[in-house]
Write a protein that binds this ligand. Structure first.
Ligand code: PEP
Ligand code: MN
Length: 407
C-alpha cells in the first residue's frame, strides 16, 4: 500500500497561493474561529479513499481516453444526511451497476464506474438568496434546506458530519464491490466546491511527472460550471491535484478556454487526466461542441469527452417543479455522439443524475411520468434525478449509440 507524506515546503506554499485566489460559491461562515476549528478537526479525520485506488482509476481513465473503455458516472445531484441510509446508497449503486452491465453487454466495451457519492454534499447556486429572502440552501455540508434563517445560516461543523457520512458510504461502496457479480471497482467522486472541505485531506504525491497533491476525499473530483474561472481558486487548486480531474463546460465555453483548461490541468499530456464534461443542452450541443473538440484535439491532448445531458436541459414545469425530459437528454447524448463521429474522436462517457429510488422528478413517456405526477415523489435536495427505470431506458439508448459508434 502506498503512503504519502503530509504537505510541506514547496507544495504547501503552492496550495496556499492557490487558495488565496478569488473563490466563487463559498459560504460566509458567521464565526471564522468556529470555521478554523472545524477545518482543523477535519484534517485529523482521516481519508475516504486510498492513493492506490486513485492510481488504479487513473489507469482505467487512460484506457477511456484512448477509446478502449466507456466512462459511466452518476448518482444523486446532492447527497443528504437524511438520505445517507444503506437502502438509498445501495439502491443508487445498484442502478449504476445495472446501467454499466447494459452498456458493457450491448456496447462491447469495458465500463468504468464512478459514483457521485461519498462527498457530494455541497452545491453551487445561481442566486445567493431564495424567493423568501433567506440565504439559499448550499448543500448539507454547509446549511440545511429547511426554510428558516437559523437552518440556512452556514454551520462549519456540518463539514465534519458530511465527512463522517462519506466514511460510512465508502464502507458500503467497498462492501458492494465485494458482494457484486462483476468484481469491478466502483470509484467515488464529487464536485470540488467547498475549499475548506477540499483542503483538509491532502498529501504530497511525488509518483508522477511533477510533485502534486493527492486528495483523500474522492478518487475523481470535478470543477463545476460556476467555478471554472481561469483566474480563480478552484482551477488553481485542481492544477495541483494528482487525482483525475473533470471540468464541466456549458454552452458559453469558448474553444480557447477549453484549450487553456487542458493546458493548465494536463501540462504533461497524460491520457485521461482531464475529463471535459459538456453540458450544452440538447438544442445547442451540435453547434457549440464541435469547435471545442476540434481545438482541444489539435492541441494534442488526450482528454476524455463526457456528456452530461442533465444540466443543460433543466426547466421549470407549469406546476412549478424543476424538471427535465428524458427524450431531451437522449437527444443531447445523440448529438454528442454525432459530433464525435464527425470529428473522429471517442465519445468517452456520460455523467448523469440518477437514483435507485422510484422518484418522480424527471418526465418520460416510458415509464409514464407527466407533469401532474411530479408531486407524487419529488424528493431531490437539488436537481431532478432519473429513477431506476428511466435510468435503464437511458442506458439502453446509450448502449445502442456506443455500439453504433464502433461500427
Ligand atoms: C451538478 O453536477 O450538480 C452541477 C451543479 O453541474 P454544473 O456545474 O454543470 O451546473
Ligand atoms: Mn445537479
Amino acid at each position: 500500500m502506498t503512503h504519502f507524506p503530509p504537505l510541506e515546503g514547496f507544495l504547501a506554499g503552492r496550495l496556499e497561493a492557490a487558495l488565496r485566489k478569488p473563490a466563487a460559491q463559498q459560504p460566509e461562515w458567521p464565526d471564522p474561529r468556529r470555521a478554523r476549528d472545524a477545518v482543523a478537526a477535519l484534517s485529523r479525520a482521516g481519508p475516504i479513499v486510498l492513493p492506490d485506488e486513485t492510481a488504479r482509476l487513473a489507469g482505467r481513465l487512460a484506457a477511456v481516453a484512448r477509446g478502449e473503455a466507456f466512462l459511466l458516472q452518476g448518482g444523486d445531484c446532492a447527497e443528504t444526511f437524511a438520505g445517507n441510509t444503506e437502502a438509498h446508497q445501495r439502491g443508487n449503486l445498484r442502478t449504476l451497476d445495472r446501467m454499466a452491465a447494459v452498456l458493457a453487454d450491448r456496447a462491447g466495451l469495458p465500463v468504468v464506474k464512478i459514483a457521485r457519492m461519498a462527498g457530494q454534499y455541497a452545491k453551487p447556486r445561481s442566486q445567493a438568496v431564495d424567493a423568501l429572502g433567506l440565504p439559499v440552501y448550499r448543500g448539507d455540508m454547509i446549511n440545511s434546506a429547511e426554510s428558516t434563517l437559523v437552518a440556512r445560516t452556514p454551520a462549519p461543523e456540518r463539514m465534519l458530519r458530511a465527512h463522517a457520512c462519506a466514511v460510512e458510504t465508502m464502507g458500503l461502496v467497498r462492501d458492494f464491490r465485494r458482494g457484486g457479480t462483476d468484481g469491478d471497482e466502483t470509484y467515488v467522486s464529487h464536485e470540488a466546491l467547498l475549499l475548506d472541505y477540499e483542503r483538509s485531506q491532502l498529501w504530497a504525491d511525488t509518483s508522477g511527472p511533477e510533485p502534486r497533491v493527492s486528495s483523500g476525499l474522492g478518487h475523481f473530483l470535478w470543477i463545476g460550471e460556476r467555478t471554472r474561472q481561469l483566474d480563480g481558486a478552484h482551477l488553481a487548486f485542481a492544477e495541483l491535484l494528482s487525482n483525475p480531474i473533470g471540468v464541466k463546460i456549458g454552452p458559453a465555453t469558448t474553444p480557447e478556454q477549453a484549450v487553456e483548461y487542458v493546458r493548465r490541468l494536463d501540462p504533461h499530456g497524460e491520457p485521461g487526466r482531464v475529463t471535459l464534461v459538456s453540458r450544452m443542452g440538447h438544442s445547442r450541443v451540435r453547434d457549440v461542441l464541435p469547435p471545442i473538440v476540434e481545438k482541444v484535439t489539435a492541441s494534442g491532448s488526450q482528454v476524455i469527452w463526457q456528456c452530461d445531458p442533465m444540466h443543460g436541459n433543466t426547466y421549470l414545469s407549469a406546476n412549478g417543479y424543476k424538471t427535465r425530459r428524458l427524450h431531451r437528454m437522449v437527444d443531447e447524448i445523440t448529438g454528442f455522439f454525432e459530433v464525435h463521429r464527425q470529428l473522429g474522436t471517442h465519445p468517452g462517457g456520460i455523467h448523469v443524475e440518477v437514483t435507485g429510488d422510484d422518484v418522480t422528478e424527471c418526465l418520460s413517456r416510458v415509464p409514464a411520468v407527466a407533469e401532474e405526477d411530479l408531486p407524487n415523489r419529488y424528493e431531490t435536495a437539488c436537481d431532478p434525478r432519473l429513477n431506476a427505470r428511466q435510468a435503464m431506458g437511458l442506458a439502453c439508448s446509450v448502449a445502442e449509440l456506443v455500439a453504433a459508434a464502433r461500427t
